[in-house]
Design a protein around this ligand. Structure first.
Ligand code: NAP
Length: 486
């Protein structure tokens, strides 16, 4: 297979990858990919049509019987080989991510290491798809349960982690014996295309992974979800788009895993260690420049420590170096695009109108690129819009609370439930509070929860199902029950 490189040699293919071949869109359309640090076009990428979507499903369906019959150990070794190749090329991947996403190089390096780990973890899980056997309660027969691959899977990923959101789906899908069509976000298709090339180089057979960038996401995905050969949708993105896809998936009763939006509370009790709470706040808020579903969206701080915490957070945020992600020493790159920046600007302006006070940041700089400075807001009223919506930017609103009961009520006062963070030195309180939180994950005196070995996912309108860990493998498998008399 030959990889067609973009003329600007940014190091990624720019065509569709279907059935092991690189090809233009059936109607020849392309779309632009921009560098968020400059607003300049860095590549033109093939824009898949509905016909291309259905061709990719055909390729995945044709590859399914042989792939699902491939011994788990062989599938595992291909995933392991992909992990090794990705680790060897980590710097190339990181630079490509910065070009199309804008994040700081250190964040991109962190993402690549995290992304590659999904290949390693699922190489290990591929050989552990255990079923079970038991005696029926009546004693009449045995209950035998096998795990079988669910089938052709459509994987849809967002722009904020262009590598990790793809590997978190491809790894378990391939380990389970499924074949896939990956539709990356159209702001960041290049990393996904480079990943397709990497999997092919590792030896994954043609048609097992198909990569389908498209600006026509709506019609292309609708057509795929109405093709009865598609049995699984694994989506990561906004709750709004996820809701619509769940409705569509209902028509053919397609199995869905949904990783949707978040509104993470970061709760600091009076007895917390101030140093580690501030360091944690910086990680939970600023990992990926605030453009993470796990980003701390609201800081709920007990009155006794609130002044000191806000002061230290303001200092730390104000000290960050902002600039183009590839520049040495830069800690915060631009936001993804103009719309992303406008949303952040309008939420901050709204909060100030509602009575909040800026202690640092709050004004976007002039010049090219979609930059927004690290920003802290204090005295934020409890009903401010910024506390209800996903900010997706480097903005930290601080709210003061008095009692534990009040903190639980504030933390749970959202339709989202992805992750929450709690800082306290009282372990009993920490665990009690963690249990009371309506979220799929909790960071207790820890600001980073993402781990390929752990079940990642949300409750309420943050999603359905889990990615990572053994749970992530089972999302791509069906249980087959055989009632046996022997
Ligand atoms: P988005 O607008 O929902 O897009 C996500 C993906 O869906 C993209 O590939 C997009 O393609 C596609 N899409 C958009 N409209 C579609 C439609 N009508 N039919 C089918 N596909 C469609 O989300 P985003 O702005 O890329 O990502 C940010 C969101 O992702 C945030 O809400 C964040 O919290 C969430 N997220 C969640 C997790 C998690 O694990 N829970 C992780 C990361 C991000 P186009 O780019 O072509 O529009």
């Amino acid at each position: 297979m030959t990889t067609v490189l973009n003329a600007e040699a940014i190091g990624a293919p720019t065509q569709l990858m279907i059935a092991g071949r690189w090809m233009d869109a059936s109607d020849g359309r392309t779309f632009e990919v921009d560098d968020p640090a400059t607003g300049e076009v860095i590549a033109f990428v093939a824009d898949a049509s509905v016909d291309d979507g259905l061709a990719a499903v055909s390729a995945a369906a044709a590859a399914l019987p042989a792939w699902s019959a491939t011994p788990p150990r062989q599938r595992a070794e291909l995933l392991r080989r992909t992990f090794e190749l990705m680790t060897q090329r980590a710097d190339d991947f990181a630079r490509l991510i910065v070009r199309e996403n804008g994040k700081a190089l250190t964040d991109a390096r962190g993402e690549v290491a995290y992304a590659a780990e999904f290949f390693r973890w699922y190489a290990e899980e591929a050989v552990r798809a255990e079923g079970h056997v038991q005696t029926a309660p009546a004693g009449t027969n045995r209950i035998l349960v096998l795990r079988q691959p669910i089938g052709v899977s459509v994987l849809i990923t967002p722009w904020n982690f262009p590598a990790a959101m793809a590997t978190r789906k491809i790894g378990p899908a391939l380990a389970a014996g499924c074949t896939v069509v990956l539709k990356p976000a159209s702001d960041t298709p290049l990393t996904a295309l480079a990943m397709g090339a990497l999997l092919a180089e590792a030896g994954v057979p043609a048609g097992v992974v198909n990569v389908l960038p498209s600006r026509r996401s709506g019609p292309v995905v609708t057509a795929m979800l109405h093709d009865p050969r598609v049995r699984k949708l694994s989506f990561t993105g906004s709750t709004e788009v996820g809701r619509g896809l769940l409705q569509q998936a209902a028509d053919c009763v397609v199995n869905c895993s949904m990783e949707l939006g978040g509104n993470a509370p970061f709760v600091v009790f009076d007895d917390a260690d101030l140093e580690s709470a501030v360091a944690g706040a910086m990680v939970a808020k600023m990992r990926n420049g605030g453009e993470a579903c796990t980003a701390a969206n609201r800081f709920l701080v007990q009155r006794g420590i609130a002044g000191a915490f806000a002061g230290r957070l303001t200092e730390a945020m104000g000290a960050l170096r902002v600039g183009p992600g590839l520049e040495e020493g830069v800690q915060l790159g631009p936001l993804i695009n103009a719309a992303g920046r406008e949303k952040v600007e309008s939420l901050v302006a709204g909060a100030v109108r509602e009575g909040a006070r800026l202690t640092v940041g709050g004004t976007a700089p002039d010049g090219p690129g979609f930059f927004y400075p690290p920003t802290v807001l204090v005295d934020v009223p409890a009903d401010a819009a910024i506390l209800r919506e996903e900010v997706f930017g480097p903005v930290a609103p601080v709210v003061v609370f008095d009692t534990e009961e009040e903190a639980v009520a504030l933390a749970n006062d959202t339709e989202f439930g992805l992750v929450a963070y709690v800082y306290t030195r009282d372990l009993q309180r920490g665990l009690r509070f963690s249990e009371a939180l309506e979220s799929g994950m909790v960071g207790l005196n820890r600001a980073l929860v993402s781990d390929p070995a752990a079940p990642f996912g949300g409750v309420k309108q943050s999603g359905l199902g889990r990615e990572g860990g053994h749970d992530g493998l089972l999302e791509f498998m069906e249980s087959k029950y055989i009632a046996v008399t022997w």
